[in-house]
Design a protein. Structure first.
Length: 183
């Protein structure tokens, strides 16, 4: 079913006041803090500029799909199908400025339409956020830890691959997710 922009988009400017009393908040109420943060750093505008070279003007703009993926990760989800866990959540819809979220096929289609220039722009934006934050904080020392813990598995479990393992050469392993959702 086709939808118009008016059926999808809505505007929210005022950040709701949070009172610590018996309220009917969703499990994603912490997004209110991100809504204010995203507004202060003008994230939507900056993401939109990353895709300005694309002439396509879908209802769910490429910048909004990327923003949705950022929110998706903040909420602790990894697989696109997990959008169904929060599809009707009023705070997620509010943060996105939507009346309804795109379905998985719409997100996938939008991602497939992104070109190398857009991705380069997105990487440049991401890099600028990190560099500006590091400069602002002016840390005396910064330690980067690149190693990760892996779990070895027998057989060919989904998401596993042969990697370097001094103890069990050729063993298949995978990186465990902290917030792994059961299927």
């Amino acid at each position: 079913m086709e939808s118009s922009k008016a059926q999808i988009h809505t505007k929210f400017h005022k950040i709701p006041e949070i009172k610590f009393e018996d309220q009917q908040l969703t499990s994603f109420s912490g997004l209110l803090i991100f809504q204010l943060f995203f507004k202060r750093i003008r994230l939507k505008d900056k993401l939109k500029k990353c895709f300005s070279n694309l002439k396509v003007s879908p209802i769910f703009g490429h910048h909004l799909v990327v923003l949705l993926l950022i929110v998706h990760l903040i909420l602790g989800f990894r697989r696109l199908r997990e959008i169904d866990y929060y599809r009707d959540d009023p705070l997620v819809l509010r943060l996105m400025g939507f009346k309804k979220l795109p379905d998985v096929s719409t997100i996938s289609r939008s991602l497939s339409q992104m070109d190398t220039q857009s991705i380069a722009n997105l990487r440049r934006l991401s890099r600028s956020f990190v560099i500006n934050g590091l400069q602002r904080e002016s840390f005396g020392r910064l330690t980067l830890d690149f190693d990760g813990s892996v779990l070895s598995t027998k057989g060919h479990a989904e998401g596993s691959a042969v990697g370097f393992n001094k103890v069990k050469k050729g063993a298949r392993s995978y990186y465990p997710y902290r917030h792994h959702q059961p299927r």
